[in-house]
Design a protein around this ligand. Structure first.
Ligand code: ARG
Length: 395
């Protein structure tokens, strides 16, 4: 043997094929690592499968809390939605998984790192960039580097006694506590509505005839309570996934620009993310000044782009986090959401830092806003615009 490779192992076909490739084509011992970010898989089963495929050691790492605290909470503070829709569930988990692979590679004194990503997706970028940022070891990615297709993989799997569970899976799924991504199969026809049975978190039929309400309390941008109960982030997210999903809330269907240039049709189930980002965005509008909001929207969109495109490790991301954290000092308060047959709407918000003033805003008696000041303000505000138009009229 030529040493050890540490492989990010999901238990699926791709990463199972990679184990055999590393062993046979590279003559490497394989150490597998499965990182639990709330994907809900049977970890014992995955561990048994790895051992059956002859790995020298297998690690299961529970990283749910770390994922929630260090990746999901910053995403909530950043209202992070790629292309205004995608909550980055997969994108946020990849740097954490890659970090764990690097950690284990040091502990195991390994000679290589490995993953099962294809060359068509974003995950290869996220894995490679984080691995390269934390380690000088070579990265072996056989599915990409040998340009393997699924048919070749299945043939290879059969030849090498790799169990193929569901021969013809309808969709390619990636899930964790922040969301469930559904790709491929019949969804590749971008005009075709996703079938009901693509969804397992969000109910699409027999929805309750009464609206459901949920209140979320934030302290400095962090959700700490749902429906009046204090909850840890992992539990709060699980609570919202269940409750909002039962009201049909949280399906996203859009065309997404991948890093490698491909446009893809992406379908997601993200009930908790939909609620939390909607609520957090709304609360910010109550407590931040319009100047803070305009600037933060630009920072938020850059943050989402970095996280999506695999540049989590770029120093710019930590710099943006510093701004975002500073901006959250007054983002404390409670937001009330209403959910009904798939719709989601903020119907109330309150905060001790509210800049909303009833006395200033009211159209009724007792307003403290002096309208007479507005005349001069408006004249100066529009000065250049009206001057420019005056000139145009003269010509
Ligand atoms: N398009 C999303 C992303 O790049 C989700 C990818 C999910 N992967 C999958 N195998 N279904 O983050």
């Amino acid at each position: 043997m030529n040493g050890k490779a540490v492989l990010a192992f999901s238990g699926g076909l791709d990463t199972s094929v990679v184990i055999k490739y590393l062993q046979e084509k590279h003559g490497l011992d394989v150490v597998t690592v499965t990182v639990d970010v709330g994907q809900g898989d049977d970890l014992e089963k995955i561990s048994r499968k790895a051992k059956k495929l002859g790995v020298v050691r297998h690690y299961n790492i529970d990283a749910k809390k770390e994922f929630a605290d260090n990746f999901v909470l910053p995403a909530i503070k950043a209202n992070a939605l790629y292309q205004k829709k995608y909550c980055l569930a997969t994108a946020l988990a990849r740097p954490l998984i890659a970090q764990k692979i690097v950690e284990i590679s040091k502990k195991e004194n390994a000679q290589a790192l490995a993953h099962g990503c294809t060359g068509k997706g974003n995950d290869q970028v996220r894995f490679d960039v984080t691995m390269r940022s934390g380690s000088g070891l070579p990265i072996i990615a056989p599915i990409r580097d040998l340009n393997l297709t699924r048919d070749v993989e299945i043939k290879f799997a059969k030849e090498h006694g790799i169990p193929i569970e569901t021969a013809a899976k309808r969709f390619s799924i990636d899930q964790n506590l922040w969301g469930r991504a559904i790709e491929g199969g019949e969804l590749e026809d971008a005009f075709e509505e996703p079938p009901d049975d693509a969804f397992i978190w969000v109910r699409t039929r027999n929805l309750p005839d009464r609206p459901q309400y949920v209140t979320i309390k934030f302290i400095q941008g962090v959700p700490i309570e749902a429906d009046g109960k204090p909850m840890k982030p992992v539990d709060l997210i699980a609570h919202l996934n269940k409750k909002a999903g039962a009201s049909g809330v949280g399906i996203i269907d859009h065309i997404e620009d991948r890093v490698v240039g491909i446009k893809s049709r992406e379908v997601y189930e993200t009930p908790a993310a939909s609620c939390l980002i909607e609520a957090h965005t709304d609360l910010e509008k109550m407590v931040l000044t319009k100047h803070e909001l305009r600037f933060k929207a630009m920072v938020d969109s850059e943050w989402a782009w970095l996280a999506y495109s695999g540049l989590w490790q770029d120093p710019l991301r930590t710099d943006l986090d510093m701004f975002i954290n500073a901006s959250q000092k007054r983002v404390s308060g409670t937001v009330k959401l209403k959910m009904f047959k798939g719709s989601l709407r903020v119907v109330g918000r309150k905060s001790e830092y509210s800049l909303y003033s009833h006395d200033l805003a009211t159209y009724g008696a007792g307003s403290t806003f002096d309208q007479t000041l507005a005349k001069g303000f408006v004249e100066l505000w529009g000065l250049q615009s009206t001057e420019a138009n005056k000139l145009l009229r003269k010509r």
